[in-house]
Design a binder for this molecule. Sequence first.
Ligand SMILES: *Cc1c(COP(=O)(O)O)cnc(C)c1O
Ligand SMILES: [Zn+2]
Length: 420
Amino acid sequence: MRNQVAPLRERVTGSTCTLCQKHFAELDLLTCPECGEKGILDIEFNYDVIKKDLTKESLAANDERSIWRYLPLLPVEGKDIEHTLRVGNTPLYESERLGKEWGLGKLYIKDDGVNPTGSLKDRASAVAVIRAKELGYETISCSSTGNAASSCAGNAARLGLKTVIFVPERAPEGKLAQLLIFGAKVVSVIGDYKATFDLSKAAISHYGWYNRNAGINPVMSEGKKTVSLEIAEQLNFEPTDWVACSVGDGCTIGGVYTGFKDLYELGLIKKIPRILGVQSTGCKPFVDAAALPQPVLVPAEENTLADSIAVGIPRNPNKALRAVRESNGKWIAVSDDDILDMMRVLGRNEGVFGEPAGVTATAGVLAAVKQGIIKQGETVTTISTGSGLKDVKNALLAAGKSTRLEPSLEALEASGLLDK
Ligand SMILES: *Cc1c(COP(=O)(O)O)cnc(C)c1O
Ligand SMILES: [Zn+2]
C-alpha cells in the first residue's frame, strides 16, 4: 500500500538562501536570485503538513521499498515515481568483527554501492529526473567526477529523458562505460573538474536543459538525505552516535545531515548523530577550512586516487560545513594508502566492495578512533557510497595479483598460496 501524500505546494514552502538567509516562495529556484551561484538554497518543508503523512505507523504500513516511501519529504509531486529505477532500500550491515576490533559499541555499514547504477548518487538522480519530467524538460545535464553522471544517465534513460554529460578526462573507464551504455551524449573535457563544471554551466544555460549539478540544484541533497531516513528507520529510529561520510562537493554530507534534521523536526528521532566528514589528504579543502578560526575554503589540489572526492573547489561548502558544525561533528583526512587498505579490510571482513571514495568514510572512522575523536564504546554508522566495480584499476592496486599456475595439483601445492 502506498501512503497518502499532501500536494507538493502544501509540503514545500519555498527555499532559503544559505548565505543571505532570505526566503523565496517560488519552487524550483536553482540558486539565490540575489547572491547568485554562491547562494546555495535549502528547500523548506512544512513539517506540520508532513507530520500527518509521515509517522512511524504510516512507515510501518508502507510496503514501498525504495526512496519513494519518503515521498512526503521529497520536493516532487511524485506522479511518475513507479517508472523510475529502484533506488534506495540498501542494506545496513552490522560489522561485528571490525566493531569489536576497533573497540566500538556497534559499527554499521550502509552499503549504497548496491543502488542501481552503483552509487549513492542514484538517490539524487532519481529525484532529479522525476522533477525534470514534472517540469516538462526533455534533456537533463550535469558535470560530474563520474558517479553523478552515470547515475543521471541511467535514471534518465529509464524515464525516457535525454542526457548530456560532462566528465573530466580522468574519469575511470567503468563509469564512462556506464554513461555510454545508458545512451548519454558524453563530453570528455580536456581539463580538471573545474573546467568540466564551467563548460557544463555554460552549455546548460545556453541550451536550457534541466540542471542536475549537485552543488547547485538543491533538489540533489534532498534526494541524498534519504540515506539518513533509511539508516534511522533500519535502526528503529535510534541512530548511532556518529555517522561517517566521504566528502567531495559537500552535497552528500549536507543531505546526510538534512535527513536526520528532518526526522528530528518531525519528532521521529530524539538526537541527531555527530557527522564525521572524511576527505583524502591529497584533496582536503574542507579539513583545511575547518581548522581555521573562521572557515574559508581555499582551492585545493586534486591529488587523490579517490576520484569521486577529488574536488578542489567544492560547490556546496555551506551545507557541508554546517552539517559538521551543527551536529557537533568532526572533519578528518586519511591518506590514499589508508583508503586502499580499507578497500581490502572491508572486502575481506564484510564482503563489501567499495570504490576508493566509497571506503573513505570507513578509513576515516578508523583514523578517528585512533585519534580518540570517536571514543571506545561509541556507536558508528559508516556509509559506503559507491561500488568497487566502477574502478577496477584501483581495486587491483589495493588487492594485489592472483597466483598464476600450470594446471596441476602439484603446482598448486608448491605455490604456497594455500599455506598463507
Ligand atoms: C560523489 C561521491 C562522494 C561525495 O559526494 P559529494 O556530494 O560530492 O560530497 C563520495 N563517494 C562517492 C562514491 C561519490 O560518488
Ligand atoms: Zn542569498
